[in-house]
Write a protein of this length. Structure first.
Length: 466
């Protein structure tokens, strides 16, 4: 592709076209592409084309020496950079840049990426007969460009190496965004080297990309996408369909902010707790709504296991419970529906009261929703561990354990607080969450994607109320 100013030409290795952002951000990219990899041959000194909103990386491949002069604006100071062979140099596409060559022609490798699409990491990796390339990456797509070869590249999860000759490019698509893969390179040449280009899209653009080698999960996830025809006459040319991106990966429920209407049930129950507690305080604690072993187990007043959830000892007790109850009532209802909240939440509260009065002295009175709240949190964490597949399982476990330790474990001890109810509620919440998994797995609404919610007239990017 000759340049308009006649100062060189470009061979485009790969170009990722625009996405349809209507299902993601609704805002088009400022650039005409998401990202682009290319090889340029510079035959004359002159200005570089302007690419507003694009981050660029250039690497000298060989030929004449190249120096770049950058200026942020027409009146700003100049910055001169002498490109070193195989050393990446990054700069903004909107900067005024002038290239000067000191010979007949120079070759360079270029990476461009739209800033509002994501970022790119570019590194040079050398391998010799005694040195092996070993890299780990969690990028959404990775390109390995062979500078000096041949180089045998092995990718974790792929059977057998792929041999890259000079100017070959290997595209690697992890089966899941965020999956860590290992890349190894071996060569018998002492000057063998490759460029490792990692593409990290912003979360709203992350997706599984089209790849003709990815028809079976975790097999053969790389291919030679393009080579300059003058260097590899026998190379299979890229097909147009290879560069058509797939639609954005469906969003799971945990990536979408739920509808505010889901908070109504939590707010209604909180109001009921406030009114019942105020009535209890007015009667100086003689409302008869508390639970004890004597009243429930001896006299059979089973309803007290339920009514005790709505009674609090004082205003401080009520205010301490309110924030956690409102938040987790909101998210349980929003993400898992009316079965999770209020039905299972109230069941957890009843069972935690039952366990507590069965262990305490029969005359000990139990009031408050703390056991139910601890159970709601435990049930949410249990369901989160199973349903949030965007993060590795080990990360989810660490987040769950860390949250439990920091938030749910008391930092002070008070004689009037039933820590037994807290612990019982937490354990029961885990058990109820595990027992309810088969129901939630069969419930198709749990994993509704953003595009489906929009067809029901809801606010884009929010979940409908269950």
């Amino acid at each position: 592709m000759p340049w308009k100013n006649g100062g060189g030409s470009t061979i485009e290795i790969v170009r990722d076209p625009e996405l349809d952002q209507t299902a993601t951000s609704g805002v088009p990219l400022s650039s005409e592409f998401n990202f682009r990899l290319s090889i340029a041959t510079i035959t004359a000194s002159g200005p570089f084309s302007s690419f507003p909103g694009v981050d660029r990386t250039i690497i000298a491949l060989g030929g004449a020496a190249v120096s770049l002069t950058h200026r942020k604006d027409s009146v700003g100071p100049e910055e001169r950079i002498d490109l070193q062979p195989l050393v990446p140099h990054g700069f903004s596409g909107e900067m005024e840049t002038h290239g000067t060559i000191s010979g007949e022609a120079a070759r360079d490798f270029n990476v461009m990426i739209a800033r509002d699409f994501g970022r790119a990491a570019v590194a040079t990796m050398r391998c010799t007969s005694t040195t092996t390339i070993n890299a780990r990456s969690t990028a959404s797509v990775i390109y390995v460009f062979c500078v000096h070869g041949p180089v045998d590249v092995t990718v974790s999860g792929v059977s057998g190496p792929v041999t890259l000759d000079e100017d070959d490019t290997l595209e690697i698509n992890p089966w899941d965004p965020g999956e860590e893969i290992t890349i190894e390179g071996r060569s018998d040449r002492d000057d063998a080297a490759v460029f490792l280009v990692e593409i990290f899209p912003h979360q709203r653009y992350a997706r599984r990309r089209s790849n003709p080698w990815a028809s079976r999960p975790r097999t053969a996830e790389g291919r030679v996408v393009a080579t300059p025809p003058e260097s590899r006459s026998d190379a299979e040319p890229p097909r147009p369909e290879d560069f058509v991106p797939t639609p954005p990966r469906p969003l799971t429920r945990f990536q979408i902010w739920p509808s505010p209407g889901s908070a109504l049930w939590a707010a209604a129950l909180m109001l009921a707790m406030t009114l019942v507690s105020a009535w209890h305080w007015r009667l100086r604690g003689d409302s008869g709504l508390w639970a004890s072993g004597e009243s429930v187990l001896s006299r059979g007043e089973i309803h007290r296991l339920f009514t005790a959830l709505f009674v609090h000892g004082d205003l401080s007790h009520l205010l301490n419970n309110a924030p956690i109850f409102l938040f987790f009532g909101y998210v349980l209802r929003a993400y898992f529906g009316r079965v999770a909240f209020p039905l299972l939440a109230l069941l957890i509260g009843v069972l935690s009261n039952l366990v507590t009065i069965a262990i305490y002295d029969p005359t000990t009175r139990v009031i408050g929703a703390s056991g139910m709240i601890y159970g709601m949190v435990a049930m949410w964490l249990t369901l989160y561990l199973y349903f949030d597949r965007q993060s590795p399982f080990a990360h989810r476990v660490m987040r769950t354990v860390g949250f439990s330790i920091m938030v749910m474990f008391p930092s002070t001890y008070e004689k009037t607080t039933s820590y037994l109810a807290h612990g019982a509620g937490f354990l029961i919440g885990i058990i109820i969450g595990l027992a309810a998994l088969p129901f939630f797995k069969k419930n198709k609404a749990i994993n509704t994607i953003a595009s489906e919610t929009q067809t029901h007239g809801n606010i884009p990017g929010r979940l409908p109320e269950n």
